[in-house]
Write a protein that binds this ligand. Structure first.
Ligand SMILES: [Zn+2]
Length: 263
């Protein structure tokens, strides 16, 4: 039985308790790279697989939303803003008439992903401004994934402010309002949240779902199929969900390698 998106009532970590908690039911399905070519990482999906997930949502009447549209619902998101989103995901989204949010690493727009540590050393291209503007015209939303994709919890306040304020400023100058942010590596603390509020973001992705600034991201990997996808949407507590969590941790190991190397 599908039961998309439960409200989370977890308490906020000390220092965050002054931030208004909306206890809402917004949850992000987090994609990264959509490509037919095999990748030496877990954070990619084949175009046909991505299409299958959208088909599954449509067939089961599970509505997707963009932040601000409704109080609860599933948001399709892409972290990092790679060019493969334009090449492979965008045509599929258009076919299904499904909107999504793409989180951009603003310093790397139109450039290769030199911020990332890859197993193969191969570099992929990020979206260009022209591609971003075309997608925006169709209805794709764009948010900040900071300037340089660093672990915000390891930066001082000035550096965090630069990452958050500057990325928002540039995005708004080019394509209009930017009210969403996705925290790199899902790393966030009370200082980061305070800066997020001061910068004027309304939605922050990467947290326990306890407020609009700590919304849940559920990563979808190449290893996912319809069954595990269903588990991730419905979030029924159970053995299979815990198994998916363990799998996610193993895949995230490679993401953490990037983070450690960049300290
Ligand atoms: Zn990222």
């Amino acid at each position: 039985m599908l039961n998309p998106v439960r409200n989370s009532k977890k308490t906020l970590e000390p220092g965050l308790d002054k931030i208004e908690s909306f206890s809402n039911g917004i949850k992000a399905l987090q994609f990264h790279r959509i490509t037919p070519k095999f990748q030496f990482c877990g954070t990619w999906n084949k175009p046909g697989q991505f299409e299958g997930f959208l088909e599954y949502l449509c067939k089961n009447g599970i509505e997707t939303i963009v932040p601000g549209q409704k109080e609860s619902g599933i948001v399709i998101t892409f972290d990092d803003g790679e060019k493969s989103i334009y090449d492979y995901a965008f045509p599929i989204l258009k076919n299904f008439g499904v909107k999504a949010v793409v989180f951009l690493i603003v310093d790397y727009i139109g450039r290769k992903n030199l911020w990332d540590i890859t197993l193969t050393g191969r570099r992929v291209q990020h979206l260009s401004w022209d591609e971003i503007i075309e997608m925006k015209k169709w209805g794709i939303e764009f948010g900040s994934h900071t300037m340089t994709h660093r672990n915000l919890t390891k930066l001082n306040k000035k550096e965090i402010e630069h990452e958050l304020f500057e990325s928002k400023r540039i995005l708004e100058q080019k394509i209009g309002e930017c009210s969403t942010i996705s925290y790199p590596f899902n790393r966030v603390n009370s200082t980061v949240i305070k800066v997020t509020v001061n910068a004027g973001y309304k939605f922050g992705f990467g947290g326990d779902g306890s407020s609009n600034l700590l919304l849940k991201k559920e990563a979808i990997y190449i290893t996912d199929n319809t069954k595990s996808f269903d588990v991730k949407i419905s979030e029924e507590p159970g053995l299979f969900y815990r198994y998916e969590r363990i799998k996610q941790k193993v895949i995230n190991y490679f993401t953490i390698a990037t983070m450690v190397a960049k300290r």
